[in-house]
Design a protein. Structure first.
Length: 308
């Protein structure tokens, strides 16, 4: 099967899903640039990526590869699309044997695996999470996990990428329509303050992944890319604020580096403090203390003085 023919069938799956290529890349948990290169024929899809595409598109991997063996989706005279009628091959069943009817996890199996991996990393730490634990959380087999993510490194990369995408999406949703740069900066600070259980889990994952980034080239590159985007977002807010007269005429990039470093350092201290919602009398740094310290920094060092 020619590479361009595989790409053409993957395009059919994306079209049938009715989403953009970027959103489809998010669903199969790969770098959008990798998907683009594979669709353009300059990169081959890996077997695991094809498995995830088949799962999301509800098609057979054999169909994507052009194989006639096994149950496969096919466009016929009735005009059925690739994603319209298929049985996805299972790693532990004969390709021609249909799966038992089971509810499809929200977002598809690959995203379920990644979400549960992130949750378990937050609870136990990456190196304490076994594939068997992830399989149990997903109510599936270890073979199914390896089918979508053959190696631990690939699963970690997918987990990092999912966390990046979720964090970026939450920031965009929270600040959509905000015009005043000062208000937007305070919203960003609030989002980064680990008050809720979900926010603390997210920060626990980040701290674990930072340690991995120091040892893994792949995760390290993702870490650099994420911080480039995050600091760029904060710097853009400072630039708009300077234009609006909200902030002093500061170096936006330098101010963003300082503020994001403060956020990271304070958040790590908050996570070492019991999450009981109290700051007074509790050793360590609480979420409210972190928030107040960040706002005080903004007010003292960045906010433009008001005219008397």
């Amino acid at each position: 099967m020619q590479q361009d023919e595989v790409a053409a069938r993957v395009r059919q799956v994306i079209d049938a899903a009715g989403v953009s290529a970027r959103e489809f890349a998010r669903r199969i948990v790969i770098d959008p640039s990798k998907l683009s290169r594979s669709l353009n024929g300059t990169r081959r899809f890996t077997a695991a990526e094809l498995a995830r595409i088949a799962d999301i598109g509800a098609v057979d991997v054999g169909w994507l590869l052009g194989s006639t063996a096994g149950a496969a989706a096919d466009t016929d005279a009735a005009g059925r699309t690739a994603a319209g009628a298929a049985v996805t091959a299972s790693p532990i069943r004969s390709p021609s044997a249909p799966r038992p009817p089971v509810p499809s996890p929200e977002g598809g199996r690959p995203l379920q695996i990644v979400r549960e991996t992130v949750r378990l990393i937050a609870e136990r730490g990456f190196h304490a999470v076994r594939v068997a634990d992830i399989a149990a959380a997903c109510h599936t087999s270890s073979a199914a996990i390896h089918y979508h993510f053959p190696g631990r490194d690939e699963l970690l990369e997918a987990a990092v990428r999912w966390c990046m995408d979720e964090d970026t999406r939450r920031r965009a949703d929270a600040t959509a329509g905000t015009r005043h740069a000062g208000d937007e900066l305070r919203l960003l600070i609030e989002l980064q303050t680990p008050r809720t259980e979900q926010q603390r889990r997210q920060w626990c994952v980040w701290l674990d992944l930072w340690a991995e980034a120091a040892r893994s080239t792949t995760v390290g590159r993702l870490h650099v890319e994420y911080y480039r985007q995050w600091r760029g977002t904060v710097a853009d807010v400072f630039r708009r604020g300077v234009e609006q007269g909200v902030f002093r005429p500061v170096d936006a990039d330098g101010a963003a580096l300082t503020l994001t470093a403060l956020i990271d350092g304070l958040a790590s201290q908050v996570l070492a403090t019991e999450p009981d919602g109290r700051d007074d009398g509790v050793p360590g740094t609480g979420a409210q203390a972190m928030h107040d310290t960040l706002i005080a920094h903004v007010d003292a060092c960045l906010t433009a003085p008001t005219a008397d």
